[in-house]
Structure formats: structure tokens, C-alpha cells
Design a protein around this ligand. Structure first.
Ligand code: FUB
Length: 325
């Protein structure tokens, strides 16, 4: 059966939607795509985002009016900024909103910054320096039921994760190959003030049913775009597989995993990247994602989409076709 999808914001190119319900309203924290003259390459030089807007939806994701709250953060206002403001996420604690953003510093190294606001739509004021010990990109924040917050991050190739092992920079980048274990995403609990890691980031292992980490040459291995949602007490870690263009998921019993690989959420969309978030709204589940159909397939000009997502009676996610409209 075809899955009905909705383009959320045809007025502009936006991507990488991180979505949360704050104060009974759906807020979207997307990347803001720009036309660019850079040649498309594996380093992601074509993704030249300079600012980000916050969107919100008045009611149902499939039909509610979408509001653009305008520019919420601008590279020009971030003291340590180099270039490329990629996928952000936002968390609320005690009435304050914390926006976590990956950005290259002036030496072209991705760091993670925090910006704070009094309202979910911003404007967000950036802290003067990146989070200590942060690296790579593609942020997701989980607020767990016990009140702890966990920040997930990491991405291969242009996301620079292959430049690190055990949270230390390598002399030269090293991507595992073939039967070697694939590189994992990372997770760190956040400090009480939400501004730093409370611990060293830990690797997030995706394992098969026998307990082995997925291999580097497995088309279902982690590449980027971590997201975590909870369903029936289980932790669902979902992610993009990058060069095999899938959204996949794995299930675990705690925020750090390990997560047992379960299957494909979304088959390839039009455009190189695929990236998403999953939320529950009034008893139904929704997959927010993007594709490049409206730009005629330009990978760096993406458009936000949403569709319903279903967990079956055993908790498995039913696969959605990326090209369904
Ligand atoms: O938007 C830039 C990058 O493209 C993101 O960080 C990746 O997840 C991919 O969507």
C-alpha cells in the first residue's frame, strides 16, 4: 500500500528535520539549504547552510498550517564560526530551549555548539565556544523519562567521524573496510546546565542478532543522522546509511545500546542524502524526512516531508517507500 506524504514547506529548501512537541505544538528544527556553486563532492562542500529557521505546525502534521518563525540562528552571530551549519536539534529544560548545532570552526573542523532561547522558536543566543570535547555532526537529543538528556552525534565522510577513535583525533582519517566493524555513532549524557557533555561520548553499537557489530561493507550500517525515539519502553535508534541511501533502525533497552538491527524504515528517496526524525502526535507516529524532488534532484536543495509511520504489534516498523508521494 502506498504511503501518503506531505511536503511541509514548499516556499524554501530545508532538510534534516529534527522535530519535537513543545507546549502541545510541533516544532521543526531543519537545516536551511542554499543554492551553491561548489562542485558536489564526498566532503559535502555543496551543503553551505548559513542560518536556520524554526518552523511549527498548527495541529495535525499531515494537514496543519505550517508557520515559519523566521531566522533563529545565524552563522554571523556565532563567535567561533567557520562554515556549514548542518543538522541541529533542540531540547527543553525548565522553560529554556537549547539548540545544539554542528558547525565547522575556522580550521574547518566540525564542533558542536549550543545556543539558548526562552522560546522554542528562538531567537537562540550562541555560547561563546563549542562544547568541550565535541566533534563531528548530525545531532539528536533524547530527553529520557528519568529527566536525563542524551546527545547523539556523528557522521562519516564530510561528517569527519573517521578522523576520531576513542574521542581523540587521529593523525590521519581511517575508514574501516570490508568485514571490519563499522564506525559507530556516539552518545553522551548532558550536564545539568545542558551546556556540556557530562561524560566522555560512548560508541553506539548496532549489532546483528548474534551480537556482532554490523560490518563496514554492510549496506545497513550506520553512516549519519542519528535519531532516538522510545516506543513501549524500548529505545529505537534510527539512522541514515549514507551511500546506500536507506533509513534503518535498531532496538535496545537503554540510551547507550547496544541496539539490535531490525530493518529499513525508508527506502531511497530522490537525492543523495536521507535524514529524518520520528515523533508521536496524538497516538499516531510520524516520519519527518526530506527529498530532492522539487529541486529536480539537486542533492543540496532539499524539501521537507512528513508521512505516518507504523509500529506493528511486535514493535517492528513497517518499511515506507521513499518514492511514494
Ligand atoms: O545537511 C547536511 C548533511 O546532509 C547532514 O548533516 C546529513 O545528515 C545530510 O542530510
Amino acid at each position: 500500500m502506498k504511503t501518503k506524504k506531505r511536503y511541509l514547506f514548499p516556499a524554501d529548501y530545508m532538510a534534516d528535520p529534527s522535530v519535537h512537541v513543545f507546549n502541545g505544538r510541533i516544532y521543526i528544527y531543519p537545516s536551511h539549504d542554499w543554492e551553491c556553486e561548489n562542485v558536489e563532492n564526498d566532503n559535502g562542500d555543496q551543503y553551505v547552510m548559513k542560518d536556520m529557521h524554526v518552523l511549527s505546525i498548527d495541529g495535525d502534521p499531515m494537514t496543519g498550517t505550517v508557520t515559519d518563525h523566521g531566522k533563529a540562528l545565524d552563522i554571523a552571530d556565532i563567535p567561533w564560526a567557520g562554515r556549514q551549519l548542518w543538522d541541529c536539534d533542540c531540547a527543553e529544560k525548565d522553560g529554556k530551549y537549547y539548540l545544539y548545532f554542528p558547525l565547522k570552526d575556522r580550521t574547518d573542523i566540525f564542533r558542536i555548539g549550543v545556543a539558548v532561547a526562552d522560546r522554542p522558536e528562538g531567537p537562540f543566543i550562541a555560547e561563546p565556544a563549542p562544547m568541550l570535547g565535541s566533534y563531528s555532526m548530525d545531532i539528536c537529543v533524547l530527553k529520557d523519562d528519568d529527566g536525563e538528556y542524551y546527545l547523539y552525534f556523528g557522521g562519516l565522510w564530510g561528517g569527519q567521524l573517521q578522523r576520531y577513535r576513542d574521542n581523540k583525533a587521529l593523525e590521519s582519517a581511517c575508514l574501516p573496510e570490508g568485514a571490519e566493524p563499522s564506525l559507530p555513532s556516539r552518545c553522551a549524557r548532558l550536564s545539568k546546565d545542558m551546556l556540556q557533555f557530562a561524560e566522555d561520548p560512548r560508541p553506539i553499537q548496532v549489532i546483528d542478532e548474534e551480537g556482532n557489530p554490523l560490518r563496514a561493507d554492510d549496506p545497513h550500517r550506520f553512516f549519519e543522522a542519528s535519531w532516538v525515539h522510545k516506543h513501549n519502553g524500548k529505545y529505537y535508534f534510527s539512522y541514515s546509511t549514507g551511500d546506500s541511501h536507506l533509513l534503518c533502525y535498531a532496538v535496545g533497552d537503554n540510551p547507550y545500546g547496544p541496539f539490535v538491527y531490525k530493518g529499513v524504515i525508508l527506502t531511497p528517496v530522490v537525492g543523495w542524502t536521507t535524514h529524518h526524525s520520528i515523533i508521536e502526535w496524538k497516538g499516531k507516529w510520524y516520519l519527518f524526512h526530506h527529498d530532492s524532488v522539487p529541486s529536480g534532484g539537486k542533492s543540496w536543495l532539499r524539501s521537507l516531508k512528513v508521512c505516518e509511520l507504523t509500529h506493528d504489534a511486535d514493535g517492528n516498523i513497517i518499511t515506507i517507500e521513499g518514492t511514494d508521494e
